[in-house]
Design a protein around this ligand. Structure first.
Ligand SMILES: Cc1cc2nc3c(=O)[nH]c(=O)nc-3n(C[C@H](O)[C@H](O)[C@H](O)COP(=O)(O)OP(=O)(O)OC[C@H]3O[C@@H](n4cnc5c(N)ncnc54)[C@H](O)[C@@H]3O)c2cc1C
Length: 465
């Protein structure tokens, strides 16, 4: 069978890997052709190697609580090259507030404490906010349906917890406005806790999700390949055994044909038995608008947000004001452009070279959509001014790498999960067509890998039938 993979991000490459595996096991001949609009594979993955540094300018690690990325890394023979995050370091997350950095209390997990004592001792939150959290067990259960993150957190824990912690933590992960983000599509475990135990606080206290010394994110669950995230991409390209990899070749049209599908690009139209679309949902919607207008319209309804990631390298001996921890979040109420800083050299000492401090700064997102349009000088000047406020010193980087991620992150609006069920249901009418990517089951790398595997399974089942 001849299959087109459209889009060479982690989702598309994973789909190719799993389809190759299924066909090998089933003794089905497979010719895979990759179409990619940019000049290289990997999508938002972007590893830069310089001297003894391995810098990740895009995603830097993957979580292991969902097994799919780790399973894939093992299949690709990367098990021994995986490094943990912040080994031997304090795993604190800091909140920038009123000119100072405040540690999130140990055990604070995304929107609520899972350890009471550190929370009650914390000077980040007011006495009123702490009392409000202690009263959370008295808040009645919600209806269990979808709700925005903001509405859920304010309903259960009050406004201060939302503004100081949940907004910057969750807004930072999704680069989106938590007022518009669906809880069901992003953090369904909190809805489950509420339904199961009525009190999210009690549930968290009984089953703390964070390890000792952690706050904010569960850093201890993340892994990264020592040689760079791009190694996953290289290995996937090898394992897929593509017959052809066409770069700088955006797919412009998709039609049904007698035998299967006609894929149109600058090189003309080519016929395939099956197609896996692993591009953004908006692009997939456009490509499918003639084949199935209803499916096309549903896909085009998924909105995307942009962000800027600037990676700054400093000489360690000159850097002043580095807190002992792994990340800093900046609540939007501080009125700054910075959304978060990831303390890369503390997270990955083995990848950041000797004698260096490396900090990744996140700007933009749904609350600041213009940042992605700024030129380099504007970005650098914002960084200089705001980093001096955050660290309390005017540190001078020796190198700056700036990457703009235009419309790269899907924003899971209220009702997203239901919409995607509708998309998948509709897709089942089209034999030899599959969709995968961050828009469907989750934006994290494990979810993208899983979506690639599910797409491969659909295509294999369609063709074998
Ligand atoms: C800055 C940033 C940091 C992140 N950090 C993390 C992290 O640390 N851990 C984590 O788990 N997740 C992280 N994520 C999320 C995760 O990395 C992404 O959700 C995931 O990599 C998306 O993969 P994808 O293959 O679905 O999409 P993409 O990587 O966007 O790939 C889609 C590909 O399709 C191509 N394409 C588009 N249109 C066409 C067309 N018409 N024809 C042919 N090709 C086309 C594009 O050029 C691109 O290569 C991060 C995301 C971003 C943006």
């Amino acid at each position: 069978m001849k299959v087109a993979i459209v889009g060479a991000g982690i989702s598309g490459l994973s789909s190719a890997h799993y389809l190759r595996k299924l066909c090998r096991e089933g003794n089905v001949p497979l010719e895979l052709v990759l179409f990619e609009s940019s000049a290289r594979p990997g999508g938002v993955f972007d590893t830069v190697k310089k001297e003894d540094m391995v810098l990740e300018l895009g995603p830097d690690s993957f979580i292991t609580s969902k097994p799919w990325a780790l399973d894939l890394a093992r299949e690709l023979g990367l098990r021994d090259s995986l490094l943990g995050v912040g080994y031997g370091q304090r795993k604190d997350t800091f909140v920038y507030q009123a000119g100072k950095l405040w540690a999130l209390p140990e055990g604070f997990f995304l929107m609520a404490p899972s350890k009471l004592l550190p929370f009650l001792r914390s000077r980040l939150f007011s006495a009123g906010a702490k009392l409000r959290v202690l009263f959370e067990p008295l808040v009645p259960r919600g209806g269990g349906g979808d709700e925005s993150i903001r509405s859920f957190v304010e309903r259960r824990f009050g406004r201060e917890i939302f503004e100081k912690a949940a907004q910057p933590l969750l807004g930072g992960i999704y680069m989106a406005d938590p007022d518009k983000l669906s809880l069901l599509a992003t953090m369904p475990q909190f809805l489950e806790m509420e339904q199961r135990s009525r009190s999210v606080l009690w549930d968290l206290l009984r089953n703390p999700p964070t390890s000792r010394g952690e706050s904010g994110a569960r850093y201890g669950l993340f892994l990264t390949p020592a040689e760079g995230m791009s190694l996953i991409v290289e290995r996937l390209c090898e394992s897929a055994e593509f017959a052809r990899q066409d770069y700088k070749t955006p797919v412009l049209s998709l039609k049904k044909s007698e035998k299967g599908w006609l894929v149109g690009s600058g090189r003309g139209e080519e016929e395939f038995d099956a197609v896996i679309l692993s591009v953004g949902a908006d692009t997939a919607g456009r490509l499918l608008s003639d084949v199935d207008p209803q499916l096309g319209a549903r896909l085009s309804g998924v909105r995307y947000v942009s962000s800027v990631v600037a990676t700054l390298v400093f000489d360690e001996k000159d850097f002043r004001g580095l807190p002992e921890g792994l990340g800093i979040i900046i609540p939007s109420r501080e009125g700054m452009n910075l959304v978060a800083c990831s303390l890369y050299s503390s997270k990955f000492p083995g990848k950041s070279g000797s004698g260096k401090v490396v900090i990744r700064c996140f700007l933009g997102g749904e609350l600041n959509p213009d940042a992605v349009l700024w030129d380099e000088e504007e970005i650098k000047s914002v960084l200089r001014e705001e980093l001096a406020r955050v660290f309390g010193f005017d540190n001078h980087p020796t190198e700056i790498y700036i990457r703009r991620y235009k419309m790269s992150m899907p924003r899971f609006a209220l009702g997203h999960k239901e919409d995607i069920s509708g998309v998948m249901h509709r897709l089942s009418r089209h034999s030899g067509l599959a969709l995968c990517g961050s828009a469907y089951h989750g934006i994290g790398i494990p979810d993208c890998v899983r979506s690639g595997e599910l797409a491969a399974r659909k295509i294999y089942a369609d063709i074998i039938r």
